[in-house]
Design a protein around this ligand. Sequence first.
Ligand code: CMC
Length: 431
Amino acid sequence: MAQTTKTATLTFENKQVELPIHSPTAGPDVLDIRKLYAQGGVFTYDPGYTSTASCDSAITFIDGDEGILLHRGYPIDQLAEKSHFLEVCYLLLYGELPTADVLEDFESRVTKHTMIHEQMHMFFRGFRRDAHPMATMVGVVGAMSAFYHDSTDVSDPWQREVASIRLLAKMPTIAAMAYKYSVGQPSVYPRNDLDYASNFLRMCFAVPAEDYEVDPILSRAMDRILTLHADHEQNASTSTVRLASSSGANPFACIAAGIACLWGPAHGGANQAALEMLREIGTVDQIPEFIRRAKDKDDPFRLMGFGHRVYKNFDPRAKVMKQSADEVLDLLGIENNETLKVAKELEKIALEDPYFVEKKLYPNVDFYSGIILDAMGFPTSMFTPIFAVARTVGWVSQWKEMIADPAMKIGRPRQLYTGPTYRDYVDVENR
Ligand code: CMC
């Protein structure tokens, strides 16, 4: 619980407004400006929310200066090493690590909801074959609202629970089906005897003519990718889900909004963009030219997979991801292909270059995840859908937390208006 023991006084134009200061359990104090307009007649201005806490939350904590990421207090490196994705999902959703029995029950509930309504298969056929799988996912997840009417009343905690499990369980099936459709192969039904990550890999890579034996190391690597992307407090897509849901809209449509936001290259789309950039760079001797372009103010090019709004230190997820990349490449016998050489050299040069050092631009999680997914056989267009599969639990946890909060209000920012002031309409013949 946040404590409120201090106040700040804002003085301007002969007015004085007392603003409560909340002290969180971790992180910087927060100035409460909710009464500012009523008492002072002014708004605050913060495009991009660089200094604004949009909600209170007990799920995830990031210390960007120290490079720390905690889920319900547990550090991400410990979770990535000792836990697994579904256990982390339970932790995010319900706040505590489960006992063995509780975990078994949770896993069984998720596993038994992995199939999608058979009629939903028709949606896939409506998309062009070359549609990006994210486009397909936005459409199909939104369409879930038309199929699961018994879990769309957000005022009912039980329906919220059912919607949460459905989203978590069906997202890998939908992502795998979007992929299969895009490569012209029949979709593969989920199998209840496989764990979450293995099931997803099999749905992506098995074909009716030949089953897919899931390598435990690849399954572990996929599970780790999912774990590392599970939640990241109030990022753009999570804030989108919160804002969309604040009107009471149905959960499937709100998660579809989150998927749409995640797709952008500044957010989840960066993993696809990062690998495509490495390929475009092509060879190590081209790196200086791309570094030069990244530093040029007149060139919109940025080093994809570098920089973060919150981390001004090494992204703790990137550290684990880098280690995972080494393991997977080792297993697959990929020693030093050209893309990997470019990635390693680029990382080295950027970490030493004064521009990147001064601006605290470190490699982020997306820099390494693409290398692993590429080695596993995924095309770049599947990188962001896999991020969406992982982030679903974060979106759902934050959505549940918000809806259950009695203080929840519709999200409705104000603006700094810069358009014309009042003017009378002019008839068309007089313009
Ligand atoms: N390459 C070159 N310069 C950069 C980069 C980059 N990747 N990122 C930031 N900068 C510069 C930027 O030009 C600016 O310079 P100046 O102060 O001289 O104008 C300064 O660093 C601060 O950048 P910003 O755009 O104000 O910072 P932001 O917090 O608004 O943006 C970011 C954060 C992640 C959008 C940005 O770093 C970026 O575009 N990175 C590349 C895309 C990427 O990898 N995104 C994945 C983020 S991690 C996964 C996720 O959250 O989805």
